[in-house]
Design a protein around this ligand. Structure first.
Ligand code: IPM
Ligand code: MG
Length: 360
């Protein structure tokens, strides 16, 4: 097949890890007889430097015209001043919103044989296989916000609001429940219904959709504070988890520690139609940027999700995932994964190893 893939390497380690994923995609194209055309565009801090905006118009236009988008990471101390008018993160939030990417899939699994990478006990993490559905274009990150003179006279006060409509909740719950049908048929919804009005609506809609449309799928509700605890104490009890934007942001970072490193976790952001956006869940890691030591595996695994969800190339996606797992099982590690004083390989060497393993 012919596919147009837009690359948004972004800031920090973004360009380094994206480069390796692109090499893997081209190796896949060669091996399976596809043609992938890639073009690189600016987003985040580098876009602010060049154009004064975190999401230039031509980046958005190219993304809209593509089959899929592969993103590295955005942000860094250079653009981090609390008084900054434009922020790198706005680019990411805006492209998600503009493309209607309301569903953020974050799979978290502990690969058999790699249990030792986890900071948790093997008996807790072995067998972990969770698929998070984080709502991505609503809630606190997109609700009305502002700053005004404080009512108590102490200076200013600021507010951010969490808003969800019935329709926004229904569509993400449906996607989560459909995914559960192909897995262990269980969906956990995470909310804060004991305190938040918006969570009570979330829970009502979740329960209705599950009862009316997915009677064959088991469902449960867990409060977000308890969910944070169970994710560590009994992570194997989760199959599919569906939750609002901020809870999902926080819980998936926590969950990334189950397999041992954020450097291993990919994500896919999907809308009801159009291109999907694929990225590692880790950030731009400015402290190690430019040293060639970042772990490219999360972005390589994100490219596997791109092959699967946007290009419908399941066999190719599985081949990339198998290659990553083979390399890890052979004992190869990047710095973030290596035990103290154990040997590790640099970013491009890890890319080479995955490409070599692809052919096997
Ligand atoms: C993520 C990131 C972003 C988010 C930031 C960079 C805006 O943390 O993808 O999880 O909060 O969505
Ligand atoms: Mg996050």
């Amino acid at each position: 097949m012919d596919a147009k893939i837009v690359l948004l390497p972004g800031d920090g380690i973004g360009p380094e890890v994206t480069a390796e994923a692109v090499r893997v995609l081209h190796a896949v194209a060669q091996r399976f007889g596809h043609q992938f055309t890639t073009s690189s565009h600016l987003i985040g801090g580098c876009a602010i430097d060049a154009h004064g905006t975190a999401l230039p118009d031509d980046t958005l236009a190219a993304a809209k015209a593509s089959h899929a988008i592969l993103l590295g990471a955005v942000g860094g101390p250079k653009w981090d001043s609390p008084t900054a008018k434009v922020r790198p993160e706005q680019g990411l939030l805006k492209i998600r919103k503009e493309l209607g990417l309301f569903a953020n899939l974050r799979p978290i699994s502990v690969v058999p044989g790699l249990v030792e990478l986890s900071p948790l006990k093997p008996e807790i993490v072995s067998g972990v296989d969770i698929l998070f559905f984080r709502e991505l274009t609503g809630g606190l990150y997109f609700g009305e916000s502002g700053t005004r003179p404080a009512k108590d006279g102490s200076g200013e006060e600021s507010f951010s609001t969490m808003i969800y409509s019935t329709g926004e909740i229904e569509r993400i719950v449906r996607l989560a429940a459909q995914a559960a049908r192909g897995r262990r048929k269980k969906v956990t919804s995470v909310d804060k219904a004991n305190v938040l009005e918006v969570s009570r609506l979330w829970r009502r809609v979740f329960e209705r959709v599950m009862k009316e449309e997915f009677p064959d799928v088991q469902s449960e509700n867990i409060l977000v504070d308890a969910a944070a605890m169970y994710l560590i104490s009994r992570p194997t009890s989760f199959d599919v988890v569906v939750t609002e934007n901020m809870f999902g942001d926080i819980l998936t970072d926590e969950g990334s520690m189950l397999p041992g490193s954020m450097g291993l976790l990919p994500s896919a952001s999907l809308g009801s139609s159009g291109p999907g956006l694929y990225e590692p869940i880790h950030g731009s890691a400015p402290d190690i940027a430019g040293q060639g030591i970042a772990n490219p595996l999360a972005t390589i695994l994100a490219s596997a999700m791109l092959l699967r969800h946007s290009l419908k190339l399941e066999q190719e996606a599985a081949a990339v995932e198998a290659a990553v797992h083979r390399v890890l099982k052979q004992g190869h590690r990047t710095k973030d994964l290596a035990a103290k004083d154990a040997p590790w390989v640099k970013t491009t060497a890890m890319g080479d190893l995955v490409i070599a393993a692809l052919g096997k």
